[in-house]
Design a protein around this ligand. Structure first.
Ligand code: HEM
Length: 435
């Protein structure tokens, strides 16, 4: 770091044409030759990025498989996701041709006009009115989950929340009358989740990326989807509607699209529920208030602040660009926008590690680019209403009838995979609520 004559720290700068622009700081001193910051990033991804932001500020220069900028200044986040989004594309790890070959053609891997058209069709079936029509079904399933939890006296995130979440998502999105909901779907969706995680991880290694082969949707999951689409008569089911609107598209592409949406809903929603249960168990003072919808919404928002399931959003600069903060982004630079990091900035949230749902009281507006668990702009989440609907119904059902207590002295460490997941299963004691 540069220092002035009186010894104080000075922001280094770079000359671009006739302008002097600030050069972001980063952990350069401790960087290893050839591998850059990758080893420390890989050791604890969210923790490393959060520590870098605390130490170097809202623009951090990193070397993680090439030049990388971590941005947390809300004006920069807004620029990359919304106002200047044309200059930034999704990572080739997701939308590159090798990635599309490996992951299939779907909304998440599509680019440009193809993305626009898929997104328009998908947004149509996720309209708030259509999502609201699914709520009675979701509420019934939440009550059943609480029945089971009370009978067992315990919740385990892997054995109970994940399979329940798979069933709830499939039933809500694909049809309440389809077969194999308890027996086949949870295992099939979990297997596909693991396959996709492996394929995306492979995409991050340039040499392996070229050799990447597609791991097709396995025969059981393919048969489950095809069977559901043919047999369901549940006319409100969003993905049935989407598949019908795609009648001119080859069946394999419809399947890719349906499975990718089921997965996007499944793993994020389950992680939201798991982290929220963990927080509620450790903060019993919020359990009874949660029976009320407005409090349940605030508890969910606070849980999504501290443990955003989509903890990292990656973009690549298509061309060189100047950010509102004044930093120059070179073409090809990787951009990390991390809800996990942004949600912990002291400038936006006082005592950021404290669990305090009242941060989200209606008279305390929160900057949408300091808090963005569902992204923003042209690739923002289409399932936010549904995820929040499931979350609120789940919390209300649970806290009306049960008291939660943590098992284990500490909250498990958060691992930054495709979603933010706990290093070990979360386990919670469930007791009937005294009347
Ligand atoms: C707590 C639960 C959820 C969280 C935290 C979450 C988060 C996100 C985020 C951050 C993005 C933006 C990614 C980017 O900009 O690259 C996104 C996109 C998306 N999510 Fe969600 N999501 C959740 C649940 C759901 C559900 C239930 C669905 C329903 C199917 C869904 C469908 C989508 C879709 C379709 C996109 C947009 C893809 C695109 O246009 O590129 N998500 N989600």
């Amino acid at each position: 770091m540069d220092r002035t004559r009186d010894g104080s720290r000075q922001q280094p700068s770079q000359r671009v044409g006739d302008r002097l622009l600030p050069l972001p700081l980063g952990p350069g001193l401790f960087r290893l030759p050839f591998v850059g910051d990758a080893p420390r990033f890989l050791f604890d991804k969210p923790g490393f990025l959060a520590a870098c932001q605390r130490r170097f500020g809202d623009t951090v220069r990193l070397d993680i498989g090439g030049p990388t900028l971590l941005l947390a200044d809300p004006a920069d986040v807004r620029h990359v996701l919304v106002s200047g989004a044309d200059a930034y594309g999704k990572s080739p790890q997701i939308v590159g041709s090798a990635a599309r070959k490996a992951l299939g053609d779907n909304l998440f891997t599509a680019n440009g006009d193809h993305h626009l058209s898929l997104r328009r069709d998908t947004a149509r079936v996720f309209r708030p009115r259509l999502v609201a029509a699914r709520l009675p079904l979701i509420e019934r399933r939440c009550e059943e989950f609480v029945d089971g939890a009370l009978a067992r006296g315990e919740i385990d995130s892997r054995s109970h929340v994940a399979p329940w979440g798979a069933r709830c998502v499939v039933e809500t999105l694909l049809g309440a009358d389809i077969g194999g909901l308890d027996r086949c779907w949870p295992g099939a969706l979990e297997r596909r989740r693991r396959d996709v995680e492996t394929m995306v991880a492979r995409q991050s290694l340039p040499l392996v990326r070229r050799l990447a082969t597609r791991k097709p949707i396995d025969a059981e999951l393919a048969a489950l989807v095809d069977d559901a689409l043919v047999k369901t008569e549940d006319t409100d089911a969003p993905l049935r509607g989407l598949a019908l609107s795609m009648s001119a598209v080859p069946p394999a592409d419809i399947r890719d699209q349906v499975v990718s949406l089921l997965l996007a809903a499944y793993e994020t929603t389950v992680m939201m529920l798991v982290w929220t249960l963990e927080s509620l168990a450790r903060h019993p003072e919020w359990q009874s208030p949660c029976e009320e919808r407005s409090v349940a919404d605030r508890v969910l928002s606070e849980s999504l602040r501290l443990a955003p399931p989509t903890w990292l959003v990656v973009r690549i600069a298509r061309e060189s660009d100047a950010l509102p903060s004044g930093v120059l982004v070179p073409a090809g630079c990787k951009i990390y926008l991390s809800p996990y990091v942004s949600h912990r900035r002291g400038a936006a949230f006082a005592q950021p590690e404290r669990f305090d749902p009242d941060r989200f009281l209606p008279d305390r507006p929160v900057d949408p680019f300091s808090y963005f668990p569902f992204g923003a702009g042209a690739r923002s989440c289409l399932g936010e209403g549904l995820a929040r609907g499931i979350g609120a119904a789940f919390l209300i059902a649970m806290t009306r009838r049960a008291v939660l207590a943590p098992i284990g002295a500490r909250t498990p460490r958060a691992i930054g995979g495709l979603t933010l997941h706990p290093a070990r299963p979360v386990r919670i004691t469930v007791l009937p609520k005294p009347r």
